[in-house]
Ligand binder design. Sequence first.
Ligand SMILES: Cc1cc2nc3c(=O)[nH]c(=O)nc-3n(C[C@H](O)[C@H](O)[C@H](O)COP(=O)(O)OP(=O)(O)OC[C@H]3O[C@@H](n4cnc5c(N)ncnc54)[C@H](O)[C@@H]3O)c2cc1C
Length: 394
Amino acid sequence: MKSIKKPIVIVGAGFGGMTVASNLKELNPSLPILVVDSEAKFIFKPLMYEVLSEELSMWETAPEFSNIFSNLGITFLRNCLTKIRFDEKILEFSDDLNIGYECLILCTGSLSSNFSVRGVDENCYFFNNLNDLKKLKSFLQKFQNDKIKKNLFVIGAGPSGVEIACKINDIYKNKFDISIVERSNEILGRNKIFNREEAEKALEKRKINVLLNSTVQEISDQKISILDGSEIKDLDQDIVIWTAGVKPNLPYIDAQVTQKDGRILVNENFQIDNCVNSFAIGDISIIKGMEDLPLTAQVAMQQGNHLAKNIELLFQEKELLPFNFEDNGEMISLGIGEASISALGVTLSGKFAFEARRLIYASKMPDISKSLKSTASWLFQKKSTINNFINKKP
Ligand SMILES: Cc1cc2nc3c(=O)[nH]c(=O)nc-3n(C[C@H](O)[C@H](O)[C@H](O)COP(=O)(O)OP(=O)(O)OC[C@H]3O[C@@H](n4cnc5c(N)ncnc54)[C@H](O)[C@@H]3O)c2cc1C
């Protein structure tokens, strides 16, 4: 084993970073690992809808990084990466701190993208991180006692748009006329057919309008302008939630790094071209030859798991192994107490799917249950009992 003097630095402790850090520590406890994140808390994004509906509390889905990592025996630093000097193997942070590394793993995720549509940043709510969730929740609560129905638009009929529309409908019954605006001719265009059909039923049952083949042109503080065929419609809006897409979160990257569609291009071992011992996984990366992988926690966690094994091989001076994605299916929440699951040939919907979804997510968390003993969350307490269920799962 090659001896290393500087740490392995993991920047971004979301699904990819958390998985690579905890697996690497387990594989080789003697490796010096430093995890850096600009935020204080991990956020389990697939369960943000349940925080909005108060089916889960904030603390259950957003544990403190400092607790998680101290229990894993990994050093954690809260700081924001601003620049990488790849040639010198130096990272620059927002408070002028510079850190040298032996090996670098980048997994800083994605940000909402406004796709250059006018008025989006100023007039829309987003749903991509903890701050977005808090802002949206406190804004929606203002309408709790309103007698007059408000016009609420959700832009984008991907999983986020459909899930949030169903959830808001169920929380704030009869407070909003909800419309989903989608540029293409179908909802959930990249999802499994079973989930799409269940979602269509869920939207219909809730009388949520779905405006297909409709492209948002501009959003002002009171209107939303939509191109429908050749006609432009200006509709009154009280709230617009933008879930139309994301872009990689890479403000620290310079021209030296090859990018594709704005994401860092890596090879099948996650190595960044021309940058020694530097890797990227999760939403910020795109693998040469596997460009169609979805931007999901499932992908980021499988990559984190694989990369941990590869880093161990790297320090043993052995050949790295290529990554293969295994599609374990997908789950969508459809309002309070309902969900749809399509996984490895098995489909489930309704209340049982809702419970199964929560339990499966709990089991998919990186192994941080020890660090959360004090908070005794159901999410993690149930982890061991549900592992049997998950192992039997499709
Ligand atoms: C509402 C919502 C629901 C979702 N539901 C699902 C689902 O049901 N199933 C599924 O598989 N996927 C789902 N996803 C997608 C999934 O969450 C992402 O694909 C996944 O989080 C990507 O993991 P990652 O490690 O690349 O990035 P993230 O998990 O986003 O982590 C990135 C981390 O990097 C940190 N960071 C960013 N910039 C810096 C910097 N400059 N310096 C230091 N730290 C930095 C951030 O604070 C963050 O902690 C959902 C996403 C959203 C928004």
